[in-house]
Design a protein around this ligand. Structure first.
Ligand code: TXA
Ligand code: MG
Length: 317
């Protein structure tokens, strides 16, 4: 459990150009002072992240966001959802102090105001914008618990802040691109297409794999556990472990249920952690496949299925 003094100490490290891992309401982030190029380059090295994949910048308030990007009417409306699990892609402000590696050469910038108390305190104590991708090795499962991040970065000296709780939302923020004519969802998350389109009172598109690359990260292998993933399973086969949802009955030596009561938000919050637990059990006991029961494809279920299908295609290729 992190104390206020530890957060202050971490804020000092950030200002000195060090990395800090911290929880947000979505997932854990690995952060650096977004105005310090050397510090931001450390993120790419620590994660083995390709340099063409830009980072999300976290700020303390809408006002701070407005120093970094140009807000249109839609952006002003969606900024009322902050603090919260949504990142806005906007044209970056002229003369912004953001380090060039953060935007990876794009003229737009992704920004969000996180809701988690530790993230907020870190931002206010450091008074710098914090560039922070998810705290995992590139391509691997995203971390939603302190244990998982500590394993990924065990060989480094990076400071880890934690409240000892799993991240509440459990999936990375919804990313919506407002830098073009039509608002376009680049990554599914807690806020759905339906919700955003009614909030903006206009159509919101979804970027598809074949469309022009807008979220470079979405093209990469993502969320790959060591095991293969078999989706929409209705039975367990030899060598498989089961990941259930609701009343599904995939029973194996070790199986888990994302949400016994069929609550999609609970399932989202458990997803990465349960995949991690099953994957660890599988490598210790020689299982090769995680069979996943169908998860309804509405509300946050769309984002859950998005992550699952990426995990499935990464792990089997
Ligand atoms: O919930 C979250 O968003 C977490 C927490 C830590 O805040 N962060 C996170 O960052 O998921 P990361 O790096 O794992 O994902 C950022 C995504 C990448 O797919 C990247 O390509 C995209 O955001 N991105 C960043 N800047 C962009 C931009 N200017 N235009 C389009 N996509 C951008
Ligand atoms: Mg990520």
């Amino acid at each position: 459990m992190t104390s206020k003094d530890q957060i202050k100490q971490a804020a000092k490290l950030l200002k000195e150009g060090q990395l800090v891992i911290f929880p947000t309401e979505t997932v854990y982030g690995i952060g650096a002072d977004a105005t310090n190029q050397e510090a931001c380059l450390k993120i790419f090295r620590a994660k083995s992240r390709p340099s063409n994949n830009p980072l999300i910048v976290h700020v303390a308030s809408i006002e701070a966001a407005k120093e970094l990007a140009i807000f249109n009417e839609d952006a002003n409306k969606l900024a009322t959802l902050w603090p919260g699990p949504i990142s806005l892609v906007l044209p970056s402000a002229k003369n912004s102090k953001i380090a060039p590696s953060v935007q990876a050469g794009l003229s737009s910038i992704a920004i969000r105001v996180p809701m988690h108390k530790i993230a907020q305190t870190l931002l206010s104590e450091s008074s710098v914008p914090i560039a922070a991708p998810s705290a995992n090795i590139s391509g691997k499962l995203t971390s939603t618990t302190q244990k998982q991040v500590a394993e990924y970065f065990a060989d480094s000296e990076i400071c880890i802040l934690s409240d000892d709780m799993p991240c509440e939302v459990g999936l990375e923020s919804t990313i919506i691109d407002l830098s073009t004519e039509q608002p376009t969802i680049l990554r599914h998350g807690f806020f759905t297409q339906e919700f955003l389109s009614s909030y903006l009172n206009k159509e919101v598109a979804i970027a598809h794999a074949g469309s022009k690359v807008k979220a470079p990260g979405m093209l990469l292998r993502h969320y790959s556990p060591k095991c293969a993933i078999r989706l929409n399973a209705s039975n367990i086969e030899q060598g498989e472990l089961g990941l259930n949802y609701g009343d599904s009955q995939l029973e194996s030596a070790f199986s888990l249920n994302l949400s016994v009561s069929g609550n999609l938000q609970e399932a989202a919050s458990n997803l990465f952690h349960f995949l991690y637990l099953l994957d660890n059990y599988a490598s210790q006991h020689n299982y090769k496949v995680i069979a996943v029961a169908p998860v309804p494809n509405f509300e946050v279920g769309v984002a859950i299925n998005d992550r699952l299908s990426r995990a499935a295609s990464s792990s089997s290729s």
